[in-house]
Design a protein around this ligand. Sequence first.
Ligand SMILES: N[C@@H]1[C@@H](O)[C@H](O)[C@@H](COP(=O)(O)O)O[C@@H]1O
Length: 333
Amino acid sequence: MLLPSAYDPGVVAALSGVDAKQIRHVFFVACGGSLSIMHPAKFMLDQHLDMPSDVYNAAEFVARAPRRLDQQSLVILCSMTGTTKETASAAAYARTKGAVTIGLTLDAKSPMGQAVDHVVGFEAPYTTGVPIDAKDSNYARIYQLVLGFVALAGGEDLTQPLIDSLQALQPAIDRAHTTFAPQFESYAPGFAKKDVIYTVASGASYGAAYSFAICVLMEMQWINSHAIHANEFFHGPFEVLDKDSTFILLKGLDSTRPLEDRADEFLHRFGAVENILVLDAETLDLTGIDAQFRGNLVPLIFFDTLWRFAYKIAELRQHEMLEGRRYMKKLAY
Ligand SMILES: N[C@@H]1[C@@H](O)[C@H](O)[C@@H](COP(=O)(O)O)O[C@@H]1O
């Protein structure tokens, strides 16, 4: 089976090292922001292949030592820097069990890059400040890996429509910035004064809500936060809702959207409209993105546009985004 010529050469090389028909379990393993892309990757695999898979924090993966991890396992890891020691250790651990390991990273020579069987590169704007095309991002590469694997394992071959959709993604993101700009403009001053901001989403969008809560609001802005699954919201968290509590709700286009709709209705029933920022993918122009992938790709749009919202908040709070850390990579832990 041939993958499309527009497929990333690193993904093609990595998949050529996997005997897909022999794999009986896929593990998605990473930490922090890199872990956040594993939820939508699993979502895509669940949609398209009868294949069990799990998402693990890298340290938990090693500590839990799943019995099912063996030479018929495919372990997909991601570490942007490649220096996260938990992720490098997870790769080494998976190899001791005979699993095939593929690692996404910016740096093939990093500890994680060297610990895996196959490295897949990607681009990230946040470290260099140089804007990228979203088709070269970690999400885009892991989606290529997942659907390439699906096709090679005997599932439907959706690799060409995926590649076509990824080509249309950056223009859609650029248009989304314009669509969401008025909302960001009006919500930023109020949100910049808040001590707590929750994020809410489900399905393919949950990862974007998770990374925005832990890596942006908490890590970069020291604002208390928590990513609440849109249905788990009704199983405890909704008790904190009042006219002062503050939420960002992501309404995507995957099959779990009804869960987000229900949260939306309840948030607006008891919350104050000025404290509930709803990003609704239905308002976006997604021309060129295949309908079957819109739910998978809108999280990239949410994350990219929310990043701009975060910078607005950071400016109003006079709290730097990337340099403001007290502990991360500043001391031993
Ligand atoms: N907030 C950072 C994330 O931005 C980063 O993704 C993660 C892992 O880093 P890396 O992707 O380099 O392994 O560490 C922290 O959680």
